[in-house]
Design a protein around this ligand. Structure first.
Ligand code: F6P
Length: 328
């Protein structure tokens, strides 16, 4: 069966925002206009679709945003869209405007919604991986990760100055509820002695042993980078154990939090977002529907939405070996 030609498209940002989402919106809007499409901005993710908060966009509406963090379309996590009645309302609103294609910029939760929606209704959906967590199968990169991890590195470098001055042990918690990429990359880049991530069981006994061994050889400055989703419970929990078991260590905690989600996107995130935004519209034009646009080995790669939501990127164990060797 021949696929219908797409003429009016909607773009939305959903889930946690990430630096570079604006650059992606800009690319979608301007590529759409280049192809003679009408482009609509859907506000607050799926909530705007359900509540008919949708606006026509032109080239000017995305001027001067490529360098801005956050998202001009705003974002939300929408419970109503998880229900069939909510999705029906969203579809009816799109039909009123004759929108016949969607670009969804978000993480895997957002893609789950898109996948369900595309199964139920005849509106093709294209996903763009926009998340600081870099935890989406089908892409080596996600929009926002590079900026977020560099924000973490910059902050940890500053912490290192003061911890070194005081001979302290610092536990820095970075974002990543289900994924340890920010912790792994920022930890390696800042020379962390230990890195704890949700993908691995945290071996507290091994951690205490290694800290004791370091203390014996008067290595008092120790940096532990932990992802917020680490199974042991995050920085505060680890600090409690260390304070109890190694009371001589001068232990401090810093939780970086949402600072990692904001800020001007890095050059790399702007490029990724522009590239992916362009190919999202191309995909709708050529009938390559219900896929996520990703990048693998520096080349654009398309993954069916259903696969992008079912699989996670995996952290290779080799990385953990490297951490141990470099931290000795
Ligand atoms: O966007 C991903 C993420 O930053 C996770 O790393 C983090 O756990 C979560 O979002 C925080 O979400 P919220 O801003 O809703 O608290």
């Amino acid at each position: 069966m021949e696929k219908k030609k797409v003429t009016k498209i909607g773009v939305l940002t959903s889930g946690g925002d990430s630096p570079g989402m604006n650059a992606a919106v800009r690319a979608v809007v301007r590529t759409g206009i280049y192809h003679g499409l009408e482009v609509y901005g859907i506000k607050r993710g799926y909530a705007g679709m359900v509540e008919n908060d949708i606006e026509r966009m032109d080239s000017k509406s995305v001027a001067n945003i490529i360098q801005r963090g956050g998202t001009i379309l705003k974002t939300a996590r929408c419970l109503e869209f998880k229900e069939p009645a909510g999705r029906q309302k969203a579809y009816d609103n799109l039909r009123k405007l004759k929108i016949d294609g969607l670009v969804i910029i978000g993480g895997d939760g957002s893609f789950k919604g898109a996948q369900k929606f595309s199964e139920e209704f005849d509106i093709p959906c294209i996903g763009l991986p926009g998340t600081i967590d870099k935890d989406i199968a089908g892409s080596d990169v996600t929009i926002g990760f590079d900026t977020a991890v560099n924000t973490a590195v910059e902050a940890i470098d500053k912490i290192r100055d003061t911890m070194d001055a005081h001979d302290r042990l610092f536990i820095v918690e970075v974002m990543g509820r289900d994924a340890g990429y920010i912790a792994l990359h920022s930890g390696i880049a800042t020379g962390a002695e230990n890195i704890m991530i949700p993908e691995n069981e945290t071996d507290v006994e091994a951690l205490i042993d290694s800290l004791n061994e370091k203390e014996k050889r008067k290595k008092l400055v120790n940096l532990i980078v932990v992802a917020e989703g680490d199974k042991f419970g995050g920085a505060e929990e680890i600090a409690k154990v260390i304070r109890k078991r190694i009371p001589t260590a001068d232990t401090r905690v810093c939780i970086l939090g949402h600072i990692q989600r904001g800020g001007s996107p890095s050059c790399s995130d702007r490029l990724i977002a522009s590239h992916m935004g362009y190919y999202a519209v191309e995909s709708l034009m050529v009938g390559r529907h219900n896929v996520m646009v990703g990048v693998i080995n520096n080349k654009i790669h398309y993954t069916p939405l259903e696969k992008a939501v079912k699989q996670k990127q995996k952290i290779g164990q080799e990385w953990m070996k490297i951490v141990k060797i470099l931290a000795s």
